[in-house]
Design a protein around this ligand. Sequence first.
Ligand code: GN1
Ligand code: MG
Length: 357
Amino acid sequence: MINIVKQFKVKNIVKIKPLHGGLINDTYLVWTKGADVPQFVLQRINNYVFKDVARLQNNFSKVTRHLRKKLVAQGETDIDRKVLTLVPTLDGKTYYTDGKTYWRMMVYIPHAEQPEMSLDLYHKGGAAIGRFERMLADFPTKLKPTIPHFHDIKFRIKEMDKALTDAILSNRDLTGMGDLFEDLLMCYDYFKPFFERFKEMPLRVCHFDTKLSNMLFDNEGEVLCLIDLDTVMSGYITSDYGDFLRTAANTTHENDRAYSHVGFDIDVFKAFTEGYLQEMKDTLTPAEKELLPYSVLLFPLMQSVRFLTDFMNGNVYYHVDYQKQNLIRAKNQYALLESVASNWEEICNFIYREVAI
Ligand code: GN1
Ligand code: MG
């Protein structure tokens, strides 16, 4: 590890400790001599998930520089805690590779624990995402995808179909799937005309992995910044809005096998939506306003499809603790989708009232 750290422009490293959590990358905290808090964050970038690390780091660095410029122009204080900063390698690159593994280093942002869950917290989460997108609304170029077809439901459905064929040909144990595969296809077919209209929306720089655990907070419980910028790329705002609700408005977590605990929390939805629209309402186009509710359906559907695909593929993408975990997750997300459907009218009415259509 110390040899990796030495490739970056840092001095006097005394300690490196792994930080657990996150399904994709490996993260370490790095201490320098005499410091009582970590000074840097070192990450090994998952090259199975992110095939083009150069492109990813290019997006990361351009976006954080744009955000920093905006913060300076707005006369913000504490800018170093409001945007991530990459530490360059000795030869001035944004990442280091030994040809097999890929690493980046960032300045550690001192922060407080995530505040206790409350509607106010979801409101703040919504506002933070809205602010992030608003500050990037005038980003001058299109950012290439770090994961091609990441939130492309048509592609995800095709992958699910392929996974079933492969699983059958390879004799994999698929017991317990019930009708999930068919139910997902039926649901997709029903909403397809709306999902196909997503291309009426403009491409904007979005985060693509919005959740409270990807936000840092200060001692007053205010959001400092969004972290985990691997997936930052051009796309539709429905990704940031819908994927946040998928985790935040689920009355339980995605690993819960007691599906009766799963539900769509309409109060969380309202608080988050108000926060988000407070920042983005004036920026959104008519198509974005009209299609926003469909993203609330799209993300539980897409995640259920992705978990089921990975289950059928033999759990190659998501870390699992037991063989059927991805199936459990897929069913959990399907239950969430059903709950979204039963709240559908209220979801649409609320959004359309807020954006005044
Ligand atoms: C992955 O590792 P994490 O939790 O940030 C995934 C998301 C999924 C999520 C489901 C790059 O995110 O798209 O929604 O798991 N990220 C990637 O738990 O595939
Ligand atoms: Mg992530």
